[in-house]
Ligand binder design. Structure first.
Ligand code: UDP
Length: 241
């Protein structure tokens, strides 16, 4: 990869432009960050596991008519993607109340869906801005800041809930509960809103259905051990479906 082609380096990936095309290369890094990058580490092989898991998920979503930026996996840690203009909103969907939600609202954590106070999946928007610590925002803030139109707000929420249904069922077959996850969307060259970024154990909470063992980035956030051994198990379970 030529360094002069580097378009953007984020916490989890480097994006490289491919001249005269509407595509780019997304190279997944081994770096781990949490708490707005105040906690940092790295585990060899993490990037490649996330790239492979993310590729599987994008393929499943595409097969169910959800439009994504995914084109193909080029090697273990590199994905060929459509170039998009990222919408600076992190869309979080929650099935079980945990993480920042329970801290913000002072509610107790539950391990299973029937105990959670969420009666239906919850969709939240966060403003993607590291300097501000990605604050939670309402629909009105999105409109006020000209991030998206009210029609697009509906589109994001609808797609997010469709993705939730598809992935809940998919992970369930792999013996995993999809607790919550974060999506990012972008506009492609035709201005169509499509799913972008990654969907991996770095951006989802996945708990074993039976033991409730955490198999996602909370392992790193909470010093519970090695993320790569858990992510490897997630990939193996998905590959065995
Ligand atoms: N998430 C993410 N990137 C972020 C913030 C959250 O991928 O910058 C994911 C996180 O992994 C979890 C979900 O979004 O699956 C909800 O995260 P939460 O708001 O509970 O925040 P956290 O506890 O991670 O601070």
């Amino acid at each position: 990869m030529q360094s002069q082609n580097l378009l953007y380096e984020g916490k989890g990936k480097r994006l490289y432009k491919i001249d005269n095309t509407d595509t780019l290369l997304s190279v997944f890094k081994d770096d781990l960050t949490a708490f707005n990058a105040q906690k940092k580490s790295s585990e060899k092989g993490k990037g490649s596991l996330n790239c492979q898991i993310s590729s599987q998920i994008f393929k499943i979503l595409e097969s169910k008519n959800i439009k994504t930026h995914f084109i193909q996996t080029l090697n273990d840690n590199t994905m060929l993607c459509k170039k998009v203009q990222i919408i600076p909103i992190e869309v979080v969907v929650r099935n079980i109340a945990t993480g920042s939600l329970i801290k913000r609202l002072g509610i107790a954590e539950s391990l299973i869906i029937k105990d959670t106070p969420l009666r239906q999946p919850l969709v939240e928007f966060y403003y993607k801005d590291d300097a501000l610590g990605d604050p939670i925002i309402t629909d009105s803030h999105c409109l006020m800041m000209n991030l998206i139109t009210s029609e697009e707000i509906k589109i994001l929420k609808t797609i997010a809930l469709q993705v939730n249904e598809i992935l809940q069922e998919y992970f369930d077959r792999a013996g995993l509960n999809l607790i919550d996850f974060k999506l990012e969307f972008g506009r492609d060259k035709d201005n169509t809103i499509i799913l972008a970024d990654e969907i991996s154990p770095d951006s989802c909470r996945l708990w074993d259905k039976v033991t409730h063992k955490k198999m996602d980035k909370d392992i790193f956030r909470q010093n519970l051990g090695s993320v790569t051994s858990a992510y490897k198990e997630v990939l193996e379970r998905l590959n065995n479906l």
